[in-house]
Design a protein around this ligand. Structure first.
Ligand SMILES: [Zn+2]
Length: 137
């Protein structure tokens, strides 16, 4: 079976990073001052204001900071309930993301990794989108 294309190829890739070859990597950036950020942008560094920004591949791994189960969602295109979480990536940035997996086991500090899940785009075509899930589950 053919693998569907990524829903947001500007934000992540199916291939892992050198540190985490088994997990889809995030496409972030790094400033000349050393500040690492996600997603990649060209507006300027949020720490020093500099514009010497370079792409950096970020490992798809981090630690859960907090999570919340959403039971009512007014937006279209996503059916409640679902779980959102804040994750501090091993490379530094904090991302807010959808979480898959055993929801009863979520707690701050839990090791989380990226995974690709099948979704449909706005026209209904099959795509793969990025989620985080507890590591080893
Ligand atoms: Zn900077």
């Amino acid at each position: 079976m053919e693998t569907p294309p990524l829903l947001k190829p500007g934000l992540y890739r199916a291939e892992g990073s050198a540190a985490r070859p088994g997990q889809p990597a995030l496409l972030g950036g790094v400033c000349a001052c050393g500040h690492v950020f996600f997603p990649l942008q060209a507006y300027g560094c949020e720490r020093c204001g500099g514009v010497d920004l370079q792409p950096r591949v970020l490992s798809g791994a981090g630690r859960l900071l907090a999570s919340a189960r959403v039971h009512l969602h007014p937006g279209k295109g996503r059916e409640a309930p679902f779980t959102v979480g804040s994750i501090r990536l091993d490379d530094g940035p904090i991302v807010r993301t959808l979480i898959e997996g055993d929801l009863g086991a979520l707690h701050p500090g839990l090791a989380m990794v990226t995974t690709l899940v099948p979704v449909a785009d706005a026209e209904g075509a099959p795509r793969l989108d990025l989620r985080f899930a507890p590591e080893g589950v």
